[in-house]
Write a protein that binds this ligand. Structure first.
Ligand code: UD1
Ligand code: PEP
Length: 435
């Protein structure tokens, strides 16, 4: 088992470059299987475990997927299998995003039901409601969901009860080749939705309104593979922004897109952090003294739930009482217990966490309960006294490429080791002292 060991107290300085967005690349790779002609060449693809899982899903279905450095080539011109088994969906819920493309191209898709995960129950009822509105039959049984249609999907007007990112993506992909016009109301407005729509439009789709609350799609007969560059990862960028702020550092986050990060920037400004927009990124200047603030997570352009645990690390270091309320997922506070192991003063009240800062954080052995929790524990470790050892790195690797190495380059005292390389804290001391 691997773990990341961080010793707090170092200020971060320098430049870090943001990778392509996980939450953009997964739907884009899934969408690439709609193309019955031509290959898709995708650039700025991050080397994440989730990308590898998506490749396995596509390969299982008989598509050719080639990864070279940060470029992924997908050739889906073979006849594809229309099933994704549990072994993939279990590893990564985003596997359900093949439902829309398969339904569009073959009129059939069968995918294992994803079930809940560490952050909530995460049903896919809205995805299925959308497919049904387009004339598909939905059958759920034996741990699978099967969607099929006799003939072509029909364009429809679909209202989403909540602006689900995945449902918007799945319905948009299915509607791209439906007969007639589909209108998705109260849809998600995340930048990753816009990236997917741009990719589909390059493939020949006719989609307008992505990034607003109503998307209109005029179905076309076929889509072809094209070249596309994935947008920068706003959550990875946000994680480095917090790393700079928490250590009172000066970090240039190259590739950070201000437009995608407005809510985070504005909340961090309230906490005393300064930002300078530069040519192709954002400079973050951490203050001497962080101030407490209140935050509520919301769908975009509100404060992103995927930054909730990282901003909680910042609150732990801020002066005063902060309240953070999670409204997107019902159970995304697993990291609170881990923070407590680090001497954090936190109280859960319903869907809110009350943080009494600044906390005198102490290094401890803590587990990454989900990928963002993993990042948040590392961030807290940057200011804790002594050594913080973060385990369960498989979660972290789903969404971050070389996080420890990148933080080390910025000056953090951090390394990733195999368990047997360091068994006791004493060994860790020696390892650090020798370096
Ligand atoms: C791969 C990817 O892009 N993952 C992101 C995506 O997940 P994902 O697409 O799964 O998240 P959704 O936007 O669908 O979920 C938002 C809320 O809607 C609920 N819901 C969703 C679908 C549905 O059919 N029924 C339903 O009730 C969910 O339980 C949740 O409470 O958006 C989330 C919210 O920004 C992010 O945290 C994830 O990082
Ligand atoms: C919750 C996340 O991802 P996923 O939807 O892939 O689980 C995330 O990226 O924080």
């Amino acid at each position: 088992m691997e773990k990341i060991i961080v010793r707090g107290g170092r200020q971060l300085n320098g430049t870090v470059k943001v990778e392509g967005a996980k939450n953009a690349v997964l739907p884009v790779i899934a969408a690439s299987i709609i193309a019955s002609e031509g290959r898709s060449v995708l650039h700025e693809v991050p080397a994440l475990a989730d990308v590898e899982t998506m490749r396995e899903v596509l390969r299982h279905m008989n598509a050719d997927v080639n990864i070279e450095n940060n470029t992924v080539t997908v050739d889906a011109t073979n006849t594809l299998l229309t099933e994704a088994p549990f072994e993939y969906v279990r590893k990564m819920r985003a596997s359900v995003l093949v439902l829309g493309p398969l339904l569009a191209r073959y009129g059939h898709a069968k995918v294992a039901l994803p079930g809940g995960c560490a952050i909530g129950s995460r049903p896919i009822d809205l995805h299925l409601k959308g497919f049904e509105a387009m004339g598909a039959n939905v059958h759920v049984g034996n741990g699978f969901v099967e969607v099929y249609t006799n003939g072509r999907l029909q364009g429809a007007k679909i209202y989403l009860d909540v602006p689900s990112v995945g449902a918007t993506e799945n319905i948009m992909m299915a509607a791209a080749m439906a007969e007639g016009k589909t209108i998705i109301e109260n849809c998600a407005k995340e930048p990753e939705i816009v990236d997917l729509a741009n990719y589909l439009n390059k493939m020949g789709a006719k989609i307008v309104g992505a990034g607003t609350e109503t998307i209109k799609i005029e179905g076309v007969n076929r889509l072809r593979g094209v070249e596309h560059t994935i947008i920068p990862d706003r959550v990875e960028a946000g994680t480095f922004m917090v790393a700079a702020a928490i250590t009172g550092g000066n970090v240039y986050v190259q590739g950070a897109v201000t437009e995608h990060l407005r809510s985070l920037i504005s909340k961090m400004e309230e906490m005393g952090v300064k930002f300078q927009e530069e040519e192709d990124g954002l400079r973050v200047l951490g203050p001497k003294r962080l101030k407490a603030t209140d935050i509520k997570t919301l769908p975009h352009p509100g404060f992103p739930t995927d930054m909730q645990s990282q901003i909680m690390s910042l609150m732990l270091n801020a002066h005063g009482t902060s309240v953070i309320t999670e409204t997107v997922f019902e159970n995304r506070f697993m990291h609170v217990e881990e923070f407590r192991r680090m001497n954090a003063k936190l109280k859960i009240e319903g869907r809110s966490v009350i943080v009494e800062g600044p906390c005198e954080l102490q290094g401890a052995e803590v587990a990454a309960t989900d990928l963002r929790a993993g990042a948040a524990l590392i961030l807290a470790g940057l200011t804790a006294e002594g050594y913080t050892r973060v385990t369960e790195l498989k979660h972290l690797d789903r969404g971050y490429v070389n996080l420890a190495e990148k933080l080390a380059k910025l000056g953090a005292d951090i390394e990733r080791i195999k368990e047997d390389e360091s068994i006791t804290t004493e060994n860790e001391h020696q390892a650090f002292n020798a370096s």
